[in-house]
Design a protein around this ligand. Structure first.
Ligand code: 59J
Length: 609
């Protein structure tokens, strides 16, 4: 049979079937191809962006890189606040929820409550990141990694550490858990200290391991270091003496401020009560106020050197001009100004040495109100020092135009004006620096700032000489004495003001002074709030703190003694076999007991005798 015969044999029917089948196959292939092409176009072209995003969202991550916060050091580079790297434990809520079986070990390790955690995670399933525990110890971090709970990872962060703890807590302030400044220098210099966090985009695999750094890496910019004016050694010294005296006298609180005379830098600023900046859980508002700049008080007799400076400046008085303070009280209008003793006739110098309110009153009433106001305001009393410290108070000095006669009198011995300890120190610095006013500073200044002459050098020197007499025999401040150095200052004992009057038996004990007198280098102010142990006079409570702090500081700073005579006497007296070494003197002997004063208020409010 030939081919034709075969065709014939199958007939026209047999020929049709394969053709349809072929067409059908071709059609199916064609449609399938079209679908594939369409799908390819859809995925590659039309939905490309969306799909890319979805993919990235699953594996591409932007990882923040926290910046290192600048270190705060003391003036000699000793660290006061350091950011140390720590790990925080975080979780992907969805993944952790799915790993319930592994929770018991995790919650036990991190001291978490499973029910709370469940609720916490459930509320945040849409997030990628939640913290479980921040700033954990390296040991705990290791244990967390070892557990390998799905969805739980560590993140590198920084945490502030304050090596000086409670000693410098108020000045430094602190940062929050995000390492942002909240108080004190940490807050004031936030911009300077804080760095700029960086970020990088990375691809992570399903196990959250970084497989590739992709793009856009911005390096974190670390914050800048800051050198404070504080000298850590002097800060320790001031804090130690302040704390001992407050605890020993049952006082409520207190502050010590020490300034460098040449530069206006704050060398020490201590407050008590204090707090541990590394562990603030039990923190009370009471404890974290930097009272030396945020609290104002009436300076009482510590203002008298300025009253006397005004009197000398005006020219009606000289250091030896005589003033009659008999019989120990003096009527001003309906009011009476009192001294605690009848001191009789005194010269100006002795008015300061004995702290006669009547002497100060008579000098003030002999000048124009504006003249007294002017000197107070020139040395900065009652106005902010503009130190830049958060929460600094300005205090108050009212306008002389509103002063009545009694106001002029009480202002002369420190009532009716209010100041901060820092302000008082700044004012005393003017006396120490031959009448130059300079700004105070919390940061180290490498150049000596130029001052403004606000008082004549002669007047400043005369007042300094009178302040030395306060510390010498016969003065109210002998406990401020420092062996080997000539020091000068002024005591103050102030009835605390309360609700329009003065508290009968609540006092501030004050001492402000300078050393060495022959070439002043340091100014220190001591304020003790409400001594409760029976003794409460500035001369008994504040002056000894001043003496001990100054003694230590003068030696630590290697300042040459200017009272070699007293050193010799001490050596001769102390040569009973002992080698002639000079040691820090024991705490100054208690000053002669003062007889308890009569309650003051009765006389003031009695409306005159
Ligand atoms: C004083 C005052 C209160 C307010 C008086 C302190 C006034 C006054 C009304 C009696 C205790 C006291 C405006 S005294 O600081 O004069 O430091 O070593 O509180 O006078 O008028 O039982 N200081 N202190 N006065 N008020 N108003 C002396 C003096 C001072 C000493 C002692 C003893 C007061 C020498 C104070 C000290 O220099």
């Amino acid at each position: 049979m030939n081919l034709d015969a075969m065709k014939q044999a199958n007939g026209p029917e047999a020929c049709k079937t394969p053709r349809i089948r072929l067409l059908a196959v071709l059609a199916i292939l064609g449609v399938a191809t079209a679908l594939l092409v369409w799908r390819a176009v859809d995925i590659q072209v039309l939905r490309r962006e969306f799909l890319q995003e979805q993919g990235d969202a699953r594996h591409l991550r932007v990882v923040a890189m926290p910046a290192h916060r600048g270190m705060i050091t003391d003036r000699n580079g000793e660290p006061l606040a350091i950011s140390t790297p720590v790990d925080s434990v975080w979780a992907n809520p969805r993944e952790l929820l799915a790993a319930r079986a592994q929770w018991p070990r995790l919650t036990r390790l991190l001291h978490l409550d499973a029910t709370t955690l469940q609720r916490h995670l459930a509320k945040r399933v849409d997030r990628e990141f939640i913290y479980l525990k921040r700033a954990v110890s390296p040991e705990l971090a290791r244990q967390v990694v070892a557990l390998a709970v799905p969805g739980v990872s560590l993140q590198r962060e920084y945490r502030r550490y304050y090596p000086a703890g409670e000693v410098a807590a108020h000045v430094l302030g602190f940062t929050n858990v995000d390492d942002r400044g909240q108080e004190g220098i940490e807050l004031a210099y936030e911009e300077w200290l804080r760095g700029v966090p960086g970020s990088k985009r990375v691809i992570k695999d399903n196990l959250k391991r970084i497989v590739e750094n992709v793009e856009g890496v911005t390096e974190p910019v670390p914050g800048k270091d800051l050198a404070l004016s504080i000298d850590r050694r002097l800060q320790y010294l001031a804090y130690r003496e302040l704390k001992a005296t407050i605890q020993g006298s049952g006082a409520k609180a207190g502050s010590v401020v020490m300034l460098d005379v040449g530069t206006g830098e704050i060398l020490a600023m201590a407050n008590y009560p204090s707090f541990n900046s590394n562990n603030r859980v039990k923190l009370r508002g009471e404890a974290y106020r930097n009272r030396a700049v945020t609290d104002v008080f009436e300076p009482g007799s510590t203002i008298k050197p300025f009253t006397i400076a005004a009197a000398l400046e005006v020219g009606k008085y000289r250091p030896h001009t005589m003033i009659d303070t008999t019989p120990g009280f003096y009527k001003v209008g309906r009011h009476v100004v009192r001294d605690i003793h009848n001191y009789g006739v005194l010269d100006v110098s002795t008015v300061l040495q004995k702290s006669s309110n009547i002497g100060a009153t008579k000098m003030a009433l002999a000048m124009e109100p504006q003249q007294l106001w002017s000197i107070f305001s020139r040395v900065g009393l009652g106005s902010s020092t503009h130190s830049g410290f958060p929460g600094e108070m300005a205090g108050l000095l009212s306008s002389y135009k509103s002063w009545r006669e009694i106001d002029r009198a009480t202002l002369a011995y420190g009532y009716g004006v209010s100041v901060t300890p820092l302000q008082l120190a700044q004012a005393y610095r003017v006396l120490a620096d031959n009448g130059q006013m300079k700004p105070v500073s919390f940061v180290r200044t490498d150049a000596t700032p130029v001052g403004e002459q606000v008082m004549s050098p002669e007047v400043a020197a005369q007042v300094r000489a009178m302040m030395e007499a306060v510390v010498n025999e016969g003065g109210t401040g002998t406990a401020a004495d420092v062996l080997g150095y000539r020091v000068g200052g002024k005591t103050g004992t102030v009835h605390k003001s309360e609700m329009g009057g003065y508290a009968e038996n609540r006092y501030l004990a004050l001492f402000a002074g300078v050393a060495p007198i022959s070439h002043p280098r340091l100014v220190t102010v001591v304020m003790i709030d409400e001594p409760a142990g029976g003794e409460y006079y500035g001369g008994q409570i504040a002056a000894p703190v001043f003496g001990r702090v100054m003694a230590g500081a003068l030696r630590l700073l290697d300042i040459a003694p200017d009272d070699v005579q007293s050193l010799r006497t001490q050596l001769v007296e102390g040569t009973a076999g002992a080698p002639p070494t000079i040691v820090n003197p024991a705490p100054a002997p208690p000053s002669p007991r003062l007889e308890p004063a009569k309650p003051y208020i009765k006389h003031v409010s009695a409306g005159g005798l």
